[in-house]
Design a protein. Structure first.
Length: 232
């Protein structure tokens, strides 16, 4: 279970709201029961339920179980797509180990009102589900032009291009180090955007095969290929 506070040995942690509801009403936690918690800073801890009420409980933090995992230095930069699909995209990114999700606004982006909190909640749920001890950061949405202008010098930008590019697995294997994959919206990037992306010195056009994938599929496929190439 993720908690926002920094955990320390011997601390008494009070939980209310959604976390308490889950532990008390869903998991039927009782005094003396163990609960695993992580804080995205120090890693995973064992807590023992001490006081349990209907809407809240207090846990004593007893043992440090695991340090925070090291997170592969990989960003998913993607144009937002509609609700259910972007949620899926964030969930899979988190399961696969992405460090940072960056929503990018393009000419053909149809969803420009992104609910940051909902995406962050999605990432927490996915991290809990797959036993992670770190959360991906969900960045604020940024315009494509601003993102490209300030692109970090040391980070390769793999541009997933359905019109063709280097085979993704090979290109990724040849370029170790910090990286990101850029996935376009359902309508794709327009000609000016493509030219601007290609003009970034760190950009490498990659193909995910001869078929046009949905943006969410392309994001999961490219992320898996990078993780496999990096051995992460
Ligand atoms: N422009 C296209 C169209 O409307 O026919 C489709 C865009 S596709 C649904 C959404 C995004 O997924 C693309 O911008 C690209 O980043 C990525 N993508 C889809 N298929 C791909 C492929 N075979 N290789 C590389 N990237 C792909």
């Amino acid at each position: 279970l993720y908690v926002a506070e920094r955990l320390t040995q011997g601390a008494m942690l009070r939980l209310d709201g959604g976390a308490a509801h889950y532990l008390v009403q869903v998991m039927r936690t009782r005094p003396g029961d163990p609960v695993k918690l992580f804080d995205d800073q120090t890693g995973e801890w064992l807590g023992i339920a001490r006081e349990v009420q209907k809407r809240g409980l207090t846990l004593e933090i007893t043992d440090h179980l695991r340090p925070r995992e090291s997170v592969p230095d990989f960003w998913l930069v993607m144009a937002p797509i509609k609700k259910g699909r972007i949620d899926w995209m964030v969930e899979k990114a988190c399961e696969l180990g992405v460090a940072r999700v960056v929503p990018v606004l393009t000419r053909r982006t149809v969803v420009d009102k992104l609910k940051h909190d909902r995406l962050a909640a999605q990432a927490v749920e996915a991290a809990e589900q797959c036993d992670r001890t770190a959360l991906p950061q969900i960045a604020d949405p940024v315009k494509l032009s601003a993102l490209l202008k300030d692109w970090p010098e040391e980070r390769t930008l793999f541009f997933a291009d359905e019109t063709g590019g280097a085979p993704a697995a090979k290109a990724m294997g040849e370029r170790p180090g910090p990286a990101a994959v850029l996935i376009g919206p359902e309508g794709g990037f327009d000609a000016d955007e493509r030219a601007a992306i290609r003009a970034v010195p760190q950009a490498v056009g990659i193909s995910l095969g001869p078929r046009i994938l949905r943006a969410d599929t392309a994001a999961a496929a490219a992320t898996s290929l990078w993780m496999a190439a990096a051995g992460d």
